[in-house]
Write a protein that binds this ligand. Sequence first.
Ligand code: ADP
Ligand code: ZN
Length: 706
Amino acid sequence: MKQQALSALKKYYGYSSFRPGQWEVISHALDGHDTLVLMPTGGGKSMCYQIPAMLLNGVTLVVSPLIALMIDQVTALRANGMPAAAIHSNQDERINRDIIDRASKGGYQLIYISPERLIADFDIISNSIEVSLVAIDEAHCISQWGHDFRPVYTSLRAIKERWPDIPVMALTATADRLTRGDIAVALGLRHPYAWIGSFDRPNISLEVLPDPGKRGRLRVISDLIRKYRLDSGIVYCLSRKKTEDMHKALSDLGFRSVCYHAGMSASDREAAQKAFVDGTAQVVCATIAFGMGIDKSNIRWVVHNNLPSNIESYYQEIGRAGRDGLPAEAILFYNYGDVITRRSFAESSGQPEINNEKLDFMQRYAESTVCRRRILLSYFSEETTCDCGNCDNCRNPRGKFDGTILAQKALSAVIRINSREGISMVIDILRASNRAEIFSKRYDQIRTYGAGRDLGSRQWHNYILQMIQLGLFEVAYEDNFHLRPTPLGMKVVKGEQRIELSVFQETAYNRGRKEKAPAEKKRSQEETLLDRLKEVRKDISAKENVPAYVVFSDATLTDMVRKQPKDLDEIRQVSGVGEVKSVKYGRSFISAIRKFLGLKTGRQAGTSVKETLILFNSGMSAEEIARTRELSVSTICGHIAQAAESGEPVDFRRLVTGQQLATVKREMDKDPENLFKRLEEVHGIPSHITRLAMTELRLGTEASSS
Ligand code: ADP
Ligand code: ZN
């Protein structure tokens, strides 16, 4: 069975091995067991049900909460030659009925369906379709604990009740331990086989930039856009207003930006999404509403302009980058003001305890001075044994210094103003700001006014955050986020306790970037070829009106640059090039590569026969092959005859009719002289057909006589 699964993987997707967990899950599903699949975004969940769908008789139903996502998936599946369709309420009822009808006749192996529709259509589906597997995508939506609860998901319990013998596969990318337990119970899975994959996404580098300021933010984002000029990224903002501001600022700098938030009309949102997906836009400025339905594999970076409310959302959002496994970047801009905003959201959320706790964790991540990935993974209860080497703290470990004096200054400022202010006013006092409020409140009169002039406000900001983390201050969430000294803080003030702080490092955007912007660097040969291939992909995607990643992912193009295939046979060795796509798109990429290498782009001696055979076996007629290859029909038929002679199985009936074959045989038996001429002139059979017929006859005799 594994062999069959592997050949389906190669045939449809062009991949030669399974990722961790995929085969385990697939084999259990094929054996009829319920399964629970936890893999991070980009881990390859879809394969877990798509391969069984191709191997099992009957239909695999995939329950998916988002119509956009369904449509994307169906487009991608069809591009790989897999019979799939989607049933949802955004399309004409007649189409939905038609799909069910066709499915009942074996027309589809995979049907995506919204949860509402599945519940409503149970009877009609039960009566007409043979369902062999039900996959439930985004299964965490069933849990109240999750961050994405959808009430309709709770009715999915009915699946196991109505169809106890049909295996169910629940899949999700986000689940803390509580949610995990919930999923299996809520769906009524029976002794499910659970695959809990690692949530690590080592290809995404992690970085937090404390309080970068408006110019700093723009600078970082501009650098990213330039660095990945043929790919794209997402800037997540807290509010609609901030989204629009960011979009405007980036557009003003000349970048191709679009905006996406819940306040826009459905059609504007759709247009924005389309521009992003097809690569017209380099960056989308979005609220969290964006991205759930996006399966774009060449997102290279994600910036969080504001602090997210919990680690699950954050991890899911950064996980949209680098789904192809190539290096990607996640940068979070951290400003304490965001914590304040988020706290008030949490307080008024109806579940303040849970949400405050989740925010605490998020804040801990942002303020960490140790490996950030370990913090993320520990949140998902994953043990780590070493630092990741791919986060800012790992790359630039921060030195420590005795911060007792700094802490004493900050603490005494807070004590002198009777804990009546939050962090930014405290910094202003320490740095002797001239703002009017300082004077009206007479803060310029206290002894610590200006005591911290020697440090910048960013530095103070960072150090005070560290002091909060060390427990010298507490933040009075219920009282306008005023800072209050703790008993430990009082000990420090009195000199009874010393403390250490981590050195604050100004980040590159504030130092003035010395290194050359990546865009200015000379591009290597590989990069140039990759760019060419991306352009080819862009042309195809425009012509066929499908997203670029549906044509080929970045990972596939990168492998293509590595392997430099020069013909169809070679391009099939590239990861991600399946049968259908090799025939459909292969030639365009091969031509670009040949051109780049300075090789002839037209006919290709030596590989000609093989290439013709590949195209012929994909279902193209001799005429079509001749047209795409710019060769004559008789040459193509010659190739096929040659292939047959060297032992390749060839379906002659597609080229020579039974009648033609009989005529050739009769004439040959009568008189082998002038055979070609006679057949052509008397019987209207062109000579290349005669040649094929003769080959067939000869091979037939050989076969029967041996
Ligand atoms: P998920 O649904 O878990 O977010 P996907 O199923 O979309 O992830 O897969 C992410 C990417 O990984 C896709 O581009 C997919 O084609 C690729 N992929 C999946 N399985 C394999 C595999 N076995 N080998 C190579 N690439 C794979
Ligand atoms: Zn690290």
